[in-house]
Design a protein around this ligand. Sequence first.
Ligand code: NAD
Length: 365
Amino acid sequence: MMNSFLYEQPVKIHFGWDKLTELESVLDEIGAKKCVIVCSKSSLARAEKLMKDSERIVGIFSDIRPNPLLSGAAETAELIKKHGADTVIALGGGSAIDSAKYSAACAFSDHTAYEHFIDGIPLPEKGAKLVAVPTTAGTGSEVTKVSVISHENEKRSIHNPVFMPDICIVDPALTMSVPQRTTMITGLDAFTHAIEAYWSKNHQPITDLYAIESIRIILGNLEKSYEVGDKESRTNMAYGSLLAGLAFSAAKTAASHACSFPISAYYHLPHGEACAFTLDSLIRINADERLERLAKAVGFESTDALADEINRLKRISGLAMKLSDVSDNFDIDLVSKESAVHPLMANNPVSLSADDLKKMFEALK
Ligand code: NAD
């Protein structure tokens, strides 16, 4: 019998090859008057071209690093205020989009980004309008109300409706230049979103549909997108990543993400690599009849075979497999303790204590 559920997806999605060429009409759709672009260095040339071609784009902030910092969001918020901009265009991977989300909200506040983050002052209900343009196929941030911001030794995943983009442009052509290793890392991030949405305690029929289709598409295209990077596999990965974003936006993620936060915060592993680090272990730990059905639905004999495939994808792309690949001083106690109390851990179908996680990490020695 189907349980009751609430499903909401407020972001308008424009998907298609070269869709970014329609930016001006998208800006008209939301009544944008003055825009600031937030991007990473890899998108700076493209951002400058967009600014040259549009009178309403008045500024660019491009000092965004992976696992974006509070300081960058604070600086961007001041830039948005200085220009009196009403719209932020986030052009980049999850780091640029998340930083843009936080700064777009803080730009419409009398408080600084530091005061909101450190002192816990609530963010305003309404920020600048947000157009999200992902250039990686991974985070799904273009359809989520999540912004992940780092400050000192903390990487914080903040959920707030103010972060929901108004509109997104998913243009797979933008992902053609993603380097090989980043292609695998971001693709495994998308896979982790989909499988965690599927096994999350909050999963529901609509998110299950997105998750299963996303996993099927990602497993069918990630290796080719990594090895060859052709138009077809890149387009499919952009779609698979979008579906995974839609899946976890409502269902939320679970243990793999809970573990990824201290791993990225202390050892600076890229987000997708940190998620993938524990993923095959967690597929085996979370294995049950329902996961077995998923594995079979996407072409594997068993959950073990699905876990083996994730392990293989990590191996062929040289991602971290053992604790010593992450750090010579991987602190199992610290990471296990922090992961066990992370709020996302509560969504995991199997309850995992710090001791259970310790055992999982010990096996990765
Ligand atoms: P990223 O944005 O950090 O980018 C990784 C690297 O790839 C950067 O050096 C960037 O400059 C480069 N890059 C991006 N697009 C490129 C392109 N088209 N061509 C060449 N280089 C390119 O990586 P990401 O995996 O997209 O984002 C990771 C961040 O997103 C993390 O901080 C993570 O926590 C966060 N995240 C957020 C959500 C969410 O819902 N908000 C979900 C998952 C992850």
